[in-house]
Design a protein around this ligand. Structure first.
Ligand code: NAD
Length: 261
């Protein structure tokens, strides 16, 4: 229980990687703010099960990551309800796959807002408390697409490269305050985000579903296997530990060798 007494916000934790991170941090004793979209009853059941299984406090924030005011309110509420925000995980993310000239403007704006700007707003809200307490962990789920590009993912690649730059800047600003700032860059993890982009990739590249999975997705990963959400979550737990106190400004790949090529 290395994170007992710590309070964590995990954005986009009603599904996929964020949910796995919330579970992994709660397993280490951290109280958790879960956040994200979804069916109210399903989210409440998940919140209650985190409390029951791990013996921690779990609260839900419905803050919309496209809305800076709601992001600031989420952090304030967490500080009021839990006492502090010690760990901030910027994980919420969406994807859209289309050629640049056909990319819907509203999808570009939404991806940049959720995948990049939300991390800035959450950091801005959480940093004063972390600085005052001289301890903090700010982590973001970036992507292999923070390091390399793929066609038809202009907004996503732009946002994730930006997130990697924001991570380095924040790490330098906070280096003497006991606050580390890092991002984790997974390759393909089988979650609803990946499932949902298969039809668009089929259309953009004129391929079948099987071809997209084997010839596009797994082609990128030399191990020919998906990364699991639990493997990604374990890296987040490590980066929150005292052993990782001197790791800051880093971008950790967990991508089956994708970006080594
Ligand atoms: P997911 O679709 O399973 O989860 C996305 C989460 O974000 C959900 O909880 C959703 O409700 C939340 N979300 C979406 N819009 C939101 C909004 N406006 N406000 C608040 N929450 C919102 O996807 P995932 O694969 O678990 O993705 C999580 C993160 O991991 C994303 O940042 C994604 O870019 C990144 N990532 C995923 C993969 C992958 O292969 N799945 C690889 C690299 C990086």
């Amino acid at each position: 229980m290395t994170l007992k007494t710590r309070n964590a916000i995990v954005t986009g934790s009603t599904s996929g990687i964020g949910l796995a991170i919330a579970h992994a941090l709660a397993k280490e004793g951290a109280n958790i703010v879960i956040n994200g979209m979804g069916d109210t009853a399903v989210i409440e059941a998940e919140r209650a099960s985190i409390e029951k299984e791990f013996g921690v406090k779990a609260v839900y924030s419905g803050a919309d990551m496209t809305k800076p005011d709601e992001i600031h309110a989420m952090v304030k509420e967490a500080e009021t309800n839990l006492g502090s925000v010690d760990i901030l995980v910027n994980n919420a993310g969406v994807q859209h796959v289309a050629p640049i000239e056909e990319f819907p403007r509203e999808n570009w704006d939404m991806i940049i807002a959720i995948n990049l700007c939300a991390a800035f707003h959450a950091m801005a809200a959480a940093i004063p408390g972390m600085k005052a307490r001289k301890w903090g962990r700010i982590l973001s789920t970036a992507s292999a697409h923070s390091l390399v590009a793929s066609p038809f993912k202009s907004a996503y690649v732009t946002a994730k490269h930006g997130l990697a730059g924001l991570t380095k800047t924040a790490a330098l600003e906070l280096a003497t305050f006991g606050v580390t700032v890092n991002c984790v860059s997974p390759g393909y993890v089988w979650t609803p985000l990946v499932e949902k982009q298969i039809p668009d990739t089929m259309a953009a590249r004129h391929l079948t579903r099987e071809q997209v999975i084997h010839d596009v997705i797994l082609l990128a990963q030399p191990t020919k296997q998906f990364v699991t959400a639990d493997q990604v979550a374990a890296l987040f737990v490590f980066l929150c530990s005292d052993a990782a106190a001197q790791i800051t400004g880093s971008n950790y790949s967990i991508d089956g060798g994708w970006t080594a090529e």
